[in-house]
Design a protein around this ligand. Structure first.
Ligand code: NI
Length: 171
């Protein structure tokens, strides 16, 4: 396995609509393994392929990562994930993103979602998720459509974060 380069704001790859994966091949599995290792190395709980420079519809998620970045027992690999049901109830959650380092903000999300996807073996699955896991799944599937959590904030809050990111990167 390998740790991949993380692409950060304002890289154009983060704004691309990603292509569906035609088949879950060994190459795709290798990519997913590397994405998971990259995510753990950065103490993340989710990572989408465009964040490692690949415009394909793939996400990896682990909602049970410990605070010091220790993997949970059940990391998830989701290929071509699609949210097929979402609750009307919403939840506010303090979100961060490895592509927007050092920043976070409260984002409104659906409380529960059902996601259909292909698993590590290419089998179709559905996953019912609530609260934390549901929030991660919404954040990561957004990435596949070029959407970042800052797009879901008021313009004022978004601009504050963008200014901080620009300052950080010395622009
Ligand atoms: Ni993110």
């Amino acid at each position: 396995m390998a740790i991949l380069k993380l692409y950060t704001y304002p890289d154009k790859i983060l704004r691309q609509k990603c292509e569906p994966v035609a088949a879950v091949t060994d190459d795709i599995r290798r990519l997913m393994d590397d994405m998971l290792e990259t995510m753990y190395a950065d103490k993340g709980v989710g990572l989408a392929a465009p964040q490692v420079g690949i415009a394909k519809r793939i996400i990896v998620v682990d909602d049970k990562v410990s605070e010091d970045g220790e993997p949970g027992p059940n990391p998830r690999f989701l290929v071509n994930p699609e949210i097929i049901r979402k609750s009307e109830d919403t939840i506010w959650f303090n979100e961060g993103c490895l592509s927007l380092p050092g920043q976070c903000a409260e984002v409104e999300r659906h409380c529960a979602v059902t996601v259909r996807y292909l698993d590590y073996d290419g089998k179709e699955q559905t996953l019912d998720a609530e609260e934390y896991l549901a929030v991660i799944l919404q954040h990561e599937t957004d990435h596949l459509d070029g959407i970042l959590y800052i797009d879901r904030l008021s313009r004022l809050k978004r601009n504050i974060i963008i200014k901080k990111l620009q300052k950080q990167s010395g622009e």
